[in-house]
Design a protein around this ligand. Structure first.
Ligand code: MBD
Ligand code: FE
Length: 288
């Protein structure tokens, strides 16, 4: 018989989905934030979504068998806890696009389902928490945070989180220390930071959950290119949520989450010891 401990040792879709759903509920107050939305807007949004669904059914003459399969699949997405994953992979990139189109500073990208606030503070220069035998090539990153007028932003917060060299995120896959590869840096009086970490692996959407089954049924691939996630913030400025990518990754051009932009691809230089150095700065837009 399989014990609970054995089950929790395996990185199943249901386990990481359940963690993502739990974190989302704990870290955000989604209904509070929209409590003043007028009914006219709610009605318009719902009607337009439904009109899109109705048009698809008419255009493709969707059958009752297909309709029932959809119902069963939607129920399963919730049971697997995969709504955060589904929405962040196939919908969030458009929300990000319309909400950051006005920016003059850095391009952003989607947050995804694996952010956790309040990661350990490491000053302006430090190494992300990692296991003594953490796999993966070393990365040393020097950067600066500036406002769009070029002035350095001292005391800016740079939150970084990323997958390990097997593609797993701490707090969403079993057996990884709580804050592994998650940290918060604060820029020095010149707006500079220096971060040491390891290069993450590409991320594969779990194949055993509802999202994975949809991908297989559609004949798609489940991959995101390797990436670093960041949230960069400073008083009086809009928070930048962004991801950075590595040149040459086979999935930079067909990210399942449609979140790669050319401005977000790094230019790593070999450090002569098997690792790489990177330099990448952030430019934040003032709040208006
Ligand atoms: C990820 O690591 C991610 O960044 C996104 C957006 C979706 C799924 C997994
Ligand atoms: Fe990610």
């Amino acid at each position: 018989m399989t014990t609970v401990e054995q089950v929790q040792d395996v990185a199943t879709a249901a386990a990481s989905g359940a963690s993502a759903t739990e974190h989302f509920r704990k870290d955000k107050s989604p209904f509070e934030a929209v409590k003043d939305t007028p009914p006219e807007r709610v009605s318009t949004l719902i009607n337009d979504v439904l009109a899109g669904v109705h048009a698809t059914i008419r255009k493709h003459k969707v059958t009752y068998d297909e309709y029932n399969a959809l119902k069963a699949w939607l129920i399963n997405v919730g049971e697997d806890g995969e709504w955060p994953l589904f929405l962040d992979v196939w919908v969030e990139h458009v929300v990000e696009e319309v909400n950051t189109a006005h920016r003059q500073g850095n391009k952003g990208s989607i947050e995804g389902p694996y952010y956790v606030p309040n990661a350990p503070e490491l000053g302006s220069k430090g190494t992300l928490p990692m296991r003594p035998d953490e796999k993966g090539d070393r990365l040393v990153w020097n950067g600066q945070v500036r406002s769009i007028d070029g002035s350095p932003l001292a005391g800016a917060k740079v939150e970084l989180w990323h997958a390990d060299a097997d593609g797993y995120y701490s707090q969403f896959a079993p057996g990884i220390p709580e804050w592994n590869l998650r940290g918060t840096f604060i820029t020095d009086d010149q707006g500079n930071f220096e971060i040491t970490t390891i290069r993450p692996a590409p991320y594969m959407i779990p194949t055993d959950g509802s999202c994975g089954k949809m991908i297989a049924a559609a004949g798609w691939h489940p991959w995101r290119p390797a990436h670093l996630h960041l949230k960069v913030s400073a008083p009086g400025h809009e928070m930048l949520t962004v991801q950075l990518y590595f040149p040459g990754d086979p999935h930079n051009d067909d990210d399942v989450a449609s979140a790669v932009k050319p401005e977000l691809v790094l230019d790593p230089k070999e450090d002569g010891q098997g690792g790489h150095t990177i330099s990448y700065d952030f430019v934040l837009d003032p709040e208006n």
